[in-house]
Design a protein around this ligand. Structure first.
Ligand code: G16
Ligand code: MG
Length: 211
C-alpha cells in the first residue's frame, strides 16, 4: 500500500522547466548555436553541470572545467533572474488540490528535486508548507537516474521505497524512481515506456487505481 508521495519540482509542481530552457537557449545563442525544445528534453531532471555537458555536446563544443563553471554560473544567474518574478500562478494545475487530498488520506509528502534553487522556488510559490520532507540538489551528491534523491525522500518520510510513489516529468527521474523500487508516475503528453503509469496532469491521477 502506498504511504508516501515524492514529487519532482521543475515540470511537476511548478512550470519552471520553461525558464531553464530559456536560460540554456540564451547561453547557446551566446556561444553561437541554436538550442531547440527537442534538444532540451534530455536536460530535464539532469543536474546543472550534466546539463551543460549535454548542451555543449549539441553545439559541438568543448571547454576546460574552469570555463564550464563560468558558463554554468552564467546560466544560473539568468535562471535565478527569471525566478525572481514567479508567484503562486506558476504552480501547475491540480497541484494544491492533489497535495491537500493526499494529506487528508494520511499520505506523507516529499519533494525530490535535482535543483539547487528549490528553496527559492518553494518560497516564491508558497508551496513549502505542504511538505514533510524536502530533498534537493543541495543535499544530494548523485544525480538522477541514480535513486539517491528519492531514497532520501522515502527515508525522510519513514517508508520503504516500495511504499512510495514518485511523480516525474523526466526520463532520468523515472529511471531513478524505478531504481529506488518506487511506483513511477510520468507526467507528460508523450508516453514514457519505463514508467509504471503515465498521466497528462495530476487530475488524471485520481482516475487511476494507484492508491
Ligand atoms: C531540475 C531540472 C533540471 C535542472 C536541475 C538542476 O530538476 O529539471 O533541468 O538542470 O533541476 O537545477 P539547478 O540548476 O536549479 O540546480 P527537477 O529534479 O526538479 O526536475
Ligand atoms: Mg522535472
Amino acid at each position: 500500500r502506498i504511504q508516501g508521495a515524492i514529487f519532482d519540482l521543475d515540470g511537476v509542481l511548478v512550470d519552471t522547466a520553461k525558464y531553464h530552457y530559456l536560460a540554456w537557449k540564451r547561453l547557446a545563442a551566446e556561444l553561437g548555436f541554436d538550442f531547440t525544445e527537442k534538444d532540451n528534453e534530455a536536460l530535464k531532471g539532469v543536474s546543472r553541470m550534466a546539463s551543460l555537458d549535454l548542451l555543449l555536446k549539441a553545439g559541438g563544443l568543448t571547454f576546460c572545467s574552469e570555463k564550464k563553471e563560468e558558463l554554468a554560473a552564467k546560466k544560473n544567474a539568468w535562471y535565478v533572474e527569471y525566478l525572481q518574478q514567479i508567484t503562486e500562478d506558476e504552480v501547475l494545475d491540480y497541484v494544491t488540490d492533489t497535495l491537500t487530498r493526499l494529506r487528508r488520506l494520511g499520505i506523507g509528502l516529499a519533494i525530490g528535486s535535482a535543483s539547487k534553487n528549490t528553496p527559492l522556488i518553494l518560497e516564491k510559490t508558497k508551496l513549502a508548507p505542504y511538505f514533510d520532507v524536502i530533498i534537493d540538489g543541495n543535499c544530494t551528491s548523485k544525480a538522477k537516474p541514480d535513486p539517491e534523491v528519492f531514497l532520501l525522500g522515502a527515508k525522510g518520510l519513514g517508508y520503504p521505497g516500495e511504499e512510495c510513489m514518485v511523480f516525474e516529468d523526466s526520463e532520468a527521474g523515472i529511471l531513478a524512481a524505478n531504481a529506488g523500487g518506487m511506483v513511477s508516475i510520468y507526467l507528460g503528453t508523450s508516453s514514457c515506456a519505463d514508467a509504471d503509469f503515465t498521466i497528462s496532469n495530476l487530475s488524471e491521477f485520481w482516475e487511476t487505481d494507484i492508491m
